[in-house]
Design a protein around this ligand. Structure first.
Ligand code: OGA
Ligand code: MN
Length: 319
């Protein structure tokens, strides 16, 4: 028997999932219900679940293998699986807005879905609120599955078999041109991603775009930019946005295959916001180039120095 309770939090997608304690341990029956809610609702909110970073990582690992984070909490086995999203350094001091880490977080305010630019994309992100500001700092979500379902037929036909090119440098350059060093640029090569994906569990299709998408294969630049802008606008119309107001000790898990999200600003020179994210790697391989295990292993090895370089930038500027 499962005690899990699922309550929708938006007319189109998203649910609050309660009735269990992540810290006390989630039974297999409860876990199955949580997984079902995730596949169905795309964004699941776990209210009032204060937990340690280790508990977060262990829970996230039940959904699959975790990414090693770019901007990570620490170098130990738990800390390197947690992306640290905050405006304070390790002494708890607020960093200035020109700090590279802060600029990186500013890129989170563009509509995106996580890790589309990495050799292996992300299935799910589990974001935990450690410290939240008194106002602002919300995270907004949209369902790109609902956006697909409501897309006019002629648009569906146009985009169904297209491939987009995703590039980490593209989204970063929108915030601060040249923020990524030539080294990082070389080590985050373009990735081909389908513009429409199909969920392998329930067959539901979704539009797969993000701030990292910079081009569409076989389409001239102007038309590609216009189409990407049109699709982003379509997916993010007001009535489709779920705005999550954070409370400390709360976690939100989202499906990166079927949603987009963005972080909202707050008074970040006055108030602390500290979030921890664990990211589950998608077992589905999207680009035939990375179906080859050796190519994948080489690309992962190549990414290691990037992680260090981002860390060093962050550290040298105060984090
Ligand atoms: C993320 C992200 C936005 C926020 O963790 O992937 O985009 O509101 N966060 O912190
Ligand atoms: Mn994100």
């Amino acid at each position: 028997m499962s005690s899990v309770h699922v309550e929708p939090c938006h007319p189109h997608f998203g649910a609050r999932v309660t009735g269990f304690s992540i810290t006390d341990g989630v039974s297999d029956a409860d876990f199955a219900q949580i997984l079902t809610a995730f596949e169905r609702y795309s964004v699941v909110v776990f209210p009032d679940q204060p937990m340690t970073r280790e508990t977060q990582v262990r829970f996230a690992e039940r959904f699959g293998e975790l990414e090693i984070a770019f901007s990570r909490l620490s170098e130990d086995e738990v800390g390197k699986r947690i992306a640290y999203i905050s405006n304070v350094d390790s002494d708890g001091k607020i960093v200035p807005p020109t700090n590279k880490t802060m600029l990186g977080h500013k890129a989170n305010s563009l509509w995106h879905t996580d890790s589309t630019f990495k050799p292996r994309t992300a299935l799910a992100s589990l974001l935990y609120a450690e410290v939240v500001p008194p106002s602002g700092g919300e995270t907004e979500y949209v369902s790109t599955r609902v956006a697909w379902q409501q897309l006019p037929e002629d648009r569906k036909e146009l985009i169904e078999n297209l491939w987009a090119i995703h590039d980490f440098n593209h989204s970063r350059n929108k915030i601060a041109p040249g923020i990524n060093s030539p080294h990082i640029q070389n080590l985050t090569p373009d990735q081909r991603r389908p513009l429409v994906r199909t969920n392998p569990v329930n067959g539901e299709k979704s539009i797969y775009i993000a701030s990292h998408a910079k081009a569409i294969e076989g389409m001239d630049d102007d038309s590609a930019q216009a189409l990407l802008a049109e699709l982003t606008e379509w997916c993010t119309r007001d009535e489709f946005v779920y705005t999550h107001q954070w409370r400390e000790g709360e976690m939100v898990m989202w499906d990166n295959r079927a949603t987009m999200h963005r972080g909202r600003g707050w008074n970040d020179t006055e108030h602390v916001r500290k979030m921890h994210r664990a990211t589950v790697i998608d077992p589905e391989i999207l680009d035939a180039n990375f179906g080859d295990e050796q190519v994948y292993a080489e690309s992962q090895a190549a990414l290691k120095p990037v992680t260090r370089e981002i860390e060093e930038n962050a550290t040298s500027t105060g984090r």
